[in-house]
Design a protein around this ligand. Sequence first.
Ligand code: PRP
Ligand code: URA
Length: 210
Amino acid sequence: MGSLNVLDHPLIQHKLSILRDKRTGVKEFRELVGEIAALMCYEATRNLPTEEIEVETPVATAKCRVLSGKKLAIVPILRAGLGMVDAMIDMIPSAKVGHIGMYRDPETHLPVEYYSKMPPDIAERSVFVVDPMLATGGSACAAIELLKNKYGCKNITLMDIISCPEGIDAVRKAHPDVDIFVASVDEKLNEHAYIIPGLGDAGDRIFGTK
Ligand code: PRP
Ligand code: URA
């Protein structure tokens, strides 16, 4: 079974409390999503393999460690996942970026895929799927299924800022091989499949569309 990691780092939790606040405006919300994504990226990449190399400093030879193993890819689920991408690329500049376009049908709450485009060697890469919200888990499960079945990905990690028990259970049931990193497991979903207490609609708050 993949790991479930709830990142209780004080900086992440502090920023998350401002992110949730309904008074936080679009500019600050967008900045916070990036800052939290960077901190989560730091934790989610903790176990990446490294190898030793020698580097000539101005005075001696230093034994250093650099990333080894599979190359990385970041795959945001549009739209809201886009808010996490720049911060991830700042941390991992060599990562390629794929996109999956998906929205939840307002009536059924089921995900509808409208777009996907991946780097050609995505099957060989370790993939980080990013999205601020894991609610029913429908979008994450469908995105991971697409990455596995259409693109041949085998090594997938899911990063969501806010999750809930229903979404985590859905992903772990459908994709038990996937490691999950979240900053919070909230209480529940409401009748509109919004996370309670959550932060509202992440996409609308990032892009100012409501
Ligand atoms: C939100 C969110 C996730 C999804 C989570 O996107 O960013 O992708 O809902 O819900 P789920 O776990 O129940 O599938 P939304 O569909 O609102 O689209 P948007 O990012 O374009 O706003
Ligand atoms: N998508 C969001 O943006 N927020 C939720 O609470 C649930 C789905």
